[in-house]
Write a protein of this length. Sequence first.
Lengths: 209, 73
Amino acid sequence: MDIPRLFILNETIRNLYFHVCMWFGMMILFGTSFVYSIKYLRGFNLRNDIFAYNYAAVGSFFGILGYATGTIWANYTWVTDQSQSLGSILKEPKLIGAAIALLIYGAYFVLRGSFTDMDKKARISAVYNIFAFAMLFPSIWIIPRLVGSLHPGAPGSESGNPALNFKDIDSRLRMVFYPAVIGWTLLGVWITTLKIRVQLLKDKTLINE
Amino acid sequence: MNKIFYRLVFVISCLMCNTILFAQDNKPDMADLMRSNGKIYVVVAVCLTILIGLFIYVFLLDRKIKKLENNRD
């Protein structure tokens, strides 16, 4: 598969199929979790709570994978430039925003773990999940774009990376990128359904009451 | 004797300076493996990170299912 020839990035532009797809998958899984949280609050069906929890769990896992792959990628593309040292990477708003978003979801699991009452746990964590999903947008989409960062897609980065800029993403990348997003997302959904089925089997007695 | 010695030291140090300057000419490239072949090994590392991560996650899930199966019997 031919790819556009870019400076600094070189062959690493192929990470678009892995790193970026992780975040796309994460957004879709968190979105699904958000929908199930709203569904839970509408009918108070514990089944929806289990769905919301497991989608959020796999979504966070995808987020952690996205973060880990991002650190590897950044290590070999952002540090190369003379003006960019480790200090400028640590100040990177995209990294801080993503870390905040993942920590907010971390707090969701802490919150869930701290309740002993089933209904209270489900209700409060559903409300918190809606808040966490709302916080995702400013922390990873809006603020990095406002202040400018090394990450492509933000103003101020002129590394020539077409990754998240849909106006100039290369059509050769697009041909693999979109199927890859669908593929990774479906893999995430499949793992989630496995988790949900295990949970439903475990809680069968509780739900049928 | 002393004069010759100092001259020798001077010449050698000049030569060494030259090699140092020469070394600065082709700038240091660290982490050679990762930067070789158009940084393709970065892609390999990213790919392996995701695969290993997913395998660990699915393996833990498998253990959970196994525990559940044992409880049912």
